[in-house]
Write a protein that binds this ligand. Structure first.
Ligand code: FES
Length: 129
């Protein structure tokens, strides 16, 4: 009974996120400023910071984070320095990567990745110090 209640809560929460994303999509499409977007939830290295961001699917995840004033370690912006590498907590299937690098499982280079339209991803990032 408790598990059923917990699953229903999770489902309600997911539906709220989907409704939220659809509303944003309608607004952005109307304004013609951002055609597509996805939701990125970020955690810092100590899991103390959690933040939800809506970012464009047309630019890299790293650019989306920087645009939202998230200070992420980075340098090259083209997948060669590996400074931006971060781990995916959830939603790796919702990411499109253009990097040819062989990375560990669940590690991505956000400078070479985009989020799929209306999808969500959870990332653990390394903050710039
Ligand atoms: S910024 Fe260099 S690999 Fe992403």
């Amino acid at each position: 009974m408790t598990k059923l209640h917990s699953n229903k809560k999770k489902l309600d929460s997911n539906n709220k996120i989907i409704n939220f994303l659809q509303t944003f999509n309608q607004i952005f499409n109307k304004n013609n400023s951002v055609k597509n977007f996805g939701k990125v939830t970020i955690f810092n290295e100590k899991n103390k910071l959690k933040q939800d961001l809506i970012i464009s699917t047309e630019k890299s995840i790293l650019k989306g984070l920087l645009k939202n004033n998230i200070k992420v370690k980075h340098r090259c912006m083209n997948g060669t320095c590996n400074l931006c590498a971060c781990s995916v907590i959830k939603g790796k299937e919702n990411i499109i990567s253009s990097s040819n690098q062989e990375l560990e499982k669940d590690i991505i280079l956000p400078c070479c990745c985009k989020i799929k339209k209306n999808k969500t991803v959870e990332l653990k990032i390394k903050n710039e110090k």
